[in-house]
Design a protein around this ligand. Structure first.
Ligand SMILES: C[S@@+](CC[C@H](N)C(=O)[O-])C[C@H]1O[C@@H](n2cnc3c(N)ncnc32)[C@H](O)[C@@H]1O
Length: 367
């Protein structure tokens, strides 16, 4: 027979799908947490979580939003490229500022996020053009009719929705497959990488990409463990990091109670692996290389980074562009969140925004 709700009705309407039932008052499995999958339907929960300084599950709180708009000055009718669409909060602000006829080209490598955000931005109609693609290929949407963008923006890293979904393997807080791919067309997951990477290369990556003080110990422990079994889940990796650091979960909990701001012992390892799996620095370097040729004269680029290695790349590229006469102005220093934003959205704490403005040859020749 099956579930009667699955069988449609005599009027030929599509079958109504019932959500999966869960036992108890709090759903334990991510798939059963219907509120996370439809956050807009529960505004009161969103408000409550935001008031506590949290990010409501299934959403993403935009970082440095006012500062981005001040730095990039989107104007009515302009063409904006949001290289990292995510939940679409920055994108929606760009669309409002460029109304009534400005265009927004949104990119994301993550098909799941892109489709959900497409629905969220539907009210803006055909002013929104979304592409599932890597921002390293930003130039591919340009045409002789539309040779450049007025604004290019990237908010690097992963979104809160990706971190909070245990099936993606980004978080040490939930048990899940050791995946960490933003783009599921990439072949190599974090588990594959840990199964094959040389110990020295892993130690170096943990040091360089996450300043992990115990990089050698963790890399050696990975080599020991993988000689007997594969590391398949996020909690396999968390346990391994604790072992390498000679720390028990109980000791960490005690330490965390005394110093609640301290980073989780596995946070740096997860960060370095995620950056490697998704070749985040390689993609950023390519975006920075092509950016000047993708901007219209006088066009502005803004990049929010969350890691010193990324920020260094952005700063160097903008300064070099200024020296080479590609940019006419760049931010003096990184713009960071104020006290209130850091308190209200702890995930914003390490954010740094830098911007640059492409030289406007038309003005330069007039002078
Ligand atoms: C921090 S979130 C962006 C949040 C967004 N600004 C908002 O307001 O919701 C970063 C997003 O960029 C995507 N992403 C990361 N690297 C990318 C790349 N190289 N090309 C395209 N998308 C990327 C991620 O999948 C993620 O959805």
């Amino acid at each position: 027979m099956g579930d009667p709700a699955d069988q449609g009705n005599p009027h030929g309407e599509p079958p109504r799908r019932r959500r999966r039932r869960y036992a108890g008052t709090h759903p334990r499995h991510y798939e059963e947490r219907y509120k996370e999958h439809n956050p807009e339907a529960y505004p009161e929960i969103q408000a409550r979580v935001r008031a506590r300084g949290g990010t409501p599950a299934g959403t993403h709180v935009p970082v440095l939003l006012a500062e981005v708009l001040t730095a990039l000055q989107p104007e009515p009718g302009e063409v904006v490229a949001d290289c990292t669409l995510g939940y679409g909060a920055h994108a929606a602000a760009f669309l409002e500022r460029t109304a009534p006829d400005g265009l927004l080209f949104g990119f994301d490598v993550d098909a799941q996020q892109l489709e959900r955000t497409r629905g969220r931005l539907a009210d803006f109609g055909d002013r929104v053009r979304l592409t599932r693609g890597n921002f390293a290929g930003l130039h591919k949407v340009l045409t002789p009719e539309m040779p450049g963008f007025d604004v290019v923006f990237a908010d690097l890293g992963v979104s809160s929705m990706q971190i909070d979904d245990p099936r993606r393997g980004f978080s040490y807080k939930h048990d899940g497959p050791l995946d960490m791919r933003m783009d599921d067309r990439i072949d190599r997951t974090a588990a594959d990488l840990l199964a094959t990477i040389e110990v020295e290369a892993l130690a170096e990556a943990l040091r360089r990409l996450a300043n992990e003080p115990d990089h050698l110990r963790i890399a050696r422990r990975v080599a020991e463990v993988r000689s007997t079994r594969l590391l398949m889940s996020t909690w396999d990796l968390v346990r391994l990091v604790f072992e390498a650091k000679g720390l028990s979960i109980r000791q960490w909990k005690r330490q965390h109670r005394r110093h609640p701001g301290e980073r989780h012992p596995a946070a740096r390892t997860f960060q370095a692996l995620r950056i490697m799996v998704n070749d985040e620095l390689g993609c950023l370097a390519q975006l920075l290389r092509i950016a000047p040729s993708c901007l219209n004269p006088g066009g502005r680029i803004g990049i929010i980074s969350f890691h010193s290695g990324e920020d260094r790349l952005v700063e160097e590229s903008f300064r070099q562009g200024l020296a080479d006469g590609l940019y006419e102005a760049v931010s003096e220093r990184a713009i960071t969140p104020g006290i209130r934003e850091r308190r209200d959205n702890p995930r914003s704490r390490s954010a740094k925004l830098r911007w640059a403005r492409r030289v406007d040859e038309r003005v330069a020749t007039k002078k």
